[in-house]
Structures are given as C-alpha cells and as structure tokens.
Design a protein around this ligand. Structure first.
Ligand code: UDP
Ligand code: MG
Length: 321
C-alpha cells in the first residue's frame, strides 16, 4: 500500500461486541492519553454485530471527533475477524490493538509506543496478573498457552492476548496471510522481525459481560493449534501404531491360548474391551483429521472474511480529492 503524507502516526484498532457501557469511558481515557502523547492518531472501532446500542454510541462519538472511525459488520464474526477488519482499515505507521472493555489499560499505550521507537516492529503486552477472572478461565488459559508452546515450532509468547503495537510492515504481512481461521497472536509471532514485550496487570472488565463464551474460546484454541501445529495429526498416526502394536501382542497371546494352552472359552470381556477401545481410538483419529479437513474446506470456499454493513471511512481514493 502506498503511504500518504496524511497518514497518522498511530492507529488504535478496537473490536466492539456489546460494549455500550464501556465505550464512552474508553474514549475519554484513550483520547486523554493520546493527546498527551502528541502524536497524530486515528481510532478504528469495529462493531462486531453488537445487539446493544454500541453502534449508536460509536456514531455519536464519531460525529463529535474527526479522528474516530467506525466500521460496522453485518453480523457477529468473532473477535479475531473484527480485529482483522480493523487492521485492513488502519492507516497509521504504528497500529495498536486493544479490547473495548478497559481490561487493556489505555495508559499503557505511551510505554508500548516508546518501546517501539527503540527499534522494535512488535511490542506486545504480557499479562503477568489477571484481575477478576474466574479460576477456571485463568487455569485453562495457562494450560492452553503451555500446550501450544510445546506442540508448535513457532515461538508464540506465553500469556499474551492481542493487546500489542505493530509496525505497519507487520500489519501489511498479516493482511497478506489469507487463512480464515485467524489466530493473530500466532501469525504475528510467525512473521518475525524484532519483537519484544512489556509486562502489565490486566484489569477487570469495566461494564457488561464477556463476549467470549467458552465455545468461542475453544474454537480459538483449536484454530491456534491447527494453524500452527501438525502434532495432532502425527499423534493420530502414533496412536495407530501403538494400538496396533498392542493388538499384535494380543493376537499372539490369543493364538497361544487357542493352540497351546487350550484355554479359550472365556474372553468375552477382552473382546468387548478391545472393540470399544479400538472404536474410540479410531473415532478420535477421524475427528482430528476432520478438524483439519474442515479448515481446509473453509479456506477453499474463498468467501470474504467479513461483510461490512456501514462505516464512516471513505475509500482512500475518495479521501484524496
Ligand atoms: N469481541 C468481539 N467479538 C466477539 C467477542 C468479543 O469483537 O465475538 C470483542 C469485545 O468487545 C472486546 C474484545 O473482543 O473488545 C475481547 O472480548 P472479551 O472482553 O469478551 O473477552 P475476554 O476479555 O473475556 O477474554
Ligand atoms: Mg475482556
């Protein structure tokens, strides 16, 4: 993409799903911080099919402030897609991604930005402590990040979400990655360049409730694993070898029992057990292959990643004249 003189120094991309209670405060805190930083900036809010009045609030903020852009998607496409839509629209030389619920404190932005000026292309915020989240969520998140680290070759940073600042170089590469099952934090790690992090304490969500249901979280986890690891596929074949090895031993034993020990009347239990066990293993392996196949199918269909309903961003060409 051609760079323009009017491009702001910093774009802030914010996905929004049912955040009407948080948006005004978020905007107030954000604009206070950004004005202090004395950089040119734009905000890109992406309304991800909210069913509350988030869009109304966004519109009223945008009317009063020229640096506020919004894109409204035609339905709920999910957090990762909403962020991708925001990245597509962002024109800043640096692009920052943050949540709308004030869990990612805007006051951290100057630190992230300053760190980037030291010569890094990506600075992510690592949550060393998460306030007000359930034990189950923290424990499963911790487990997931460690599992992912073990079975992938890409060095995906532990305990980081999408709260980060990226150089426009990185954003352009992200846009060129056509996969539909987005796992942005993994993709950014894959891209490389100089990356670093700063630590922060993740605040409690200010108002409303989390739009990330366990179902969505599980899907994100599966997308992360299948996009960055073929370990499950290998595990399926490994399991196959182990189980057939066991079956082979059992076969020898069965033949011995039949021909040598002549002790073969019983054995119902072992038949049932091995049938059930084999059935289970086979289903798991088919399932694993299916997960990958479903994602291949999804990518081959070639549908657009998201559909925009309305926005206040004009096409760049129009903006020029
Ligand atoms: N979000 C979104 N689409 C969704 C779910 C969430 O755009 O389907 C946004 C949400 O508005 C917030 C961010 O993604 O800005 C993180 O979501 P949430 O706070 O619900 O996740 P959590 O912090 O609980 O993991
Ligand atoms: Mg949140």
């Amino acid at each position: 993409m051609i760079e323009h003189l009017t491009d702001p120094a910093l774009s802030v991309v914010i996905p929004v799903f049912n955040e009407e209670k948080n948006l005004q405060l978020l905007y107030d805190r954000l604009s206070a911080v950004l004005q202090q930083m004395q950089v040119t900036y734009e905000l890109v809010f992406v309304n991800d099919g909210s069913i509350d009045n988030s869009l109304g609030v966004l519109k009223s903020i945008a009317v009063a402030n020229a640096s506020v852009n919004y894109i409204s998607l035609s339905r709920n496409f999910g957090h990762q897609v909403a962020v991708s839509a925001g990245l597509d629209a962002a024109t800043g030389k640096a692009v920052l991604v943050m949540d709308a619920d004030l869990q990612d404190p805007p006051e951290l932005i100057p630190q992230l930005y300053a760190k980037m000026q030291e010569g890094f292309e990506v600075v992510y915020a690592r949550r060393v402590y998460r306030k007000g989240e359930s034990f189950v969520k923290k424990a499963t998140a911790k487990f997931f990040y460690r599992l992912l680290a073990r079975i992938t070759h890409v060095n995906i940073p532990l305990d980081t979400g999408d709260f980060r600042i990226m150089d426009t170089k990185v954003v352009r590469v992200l846009q060129q990655m056509p996969e539909r099952n987005k796992f942005l934090r993994g993709q950014v790690a894959w891209i490389g360049f100089r990356q670093t992090y700063i630590n922060f304490t993740r605040d409690e969500r200010y108002g409303g409730s989390s739009g990330y249901t366990y179902r969505k979280l599980l899907r994100l986890a599966f997308d992360g694993i299948t996009s960055f690891s073929d370990f499950p596929l290998k595990m399926a074949s490994m399991l196959g070898f182990i189980v057939s090895g066991g079956a082979f031993l059992l076969m020898i034993y069965t033949l011995l029992a039949r021909l040598v020990f002549k002790d073969y009347v019983e054995g119902w239990a072992s038949i049932i057990l091995s049938v059930l066990f084999l059935g289970g293993v086979q289903l798991i392996c088919i399932g694993i292959a299916g997960e990958y196949l479903a994602r291949v199918f999804n990518n081959v269909q070639g549908r657009p990643l998201y559909v925009v309903d309305e926005q206040n961003i004009k096409a760049r060409e129009e903006k020029e004249v």
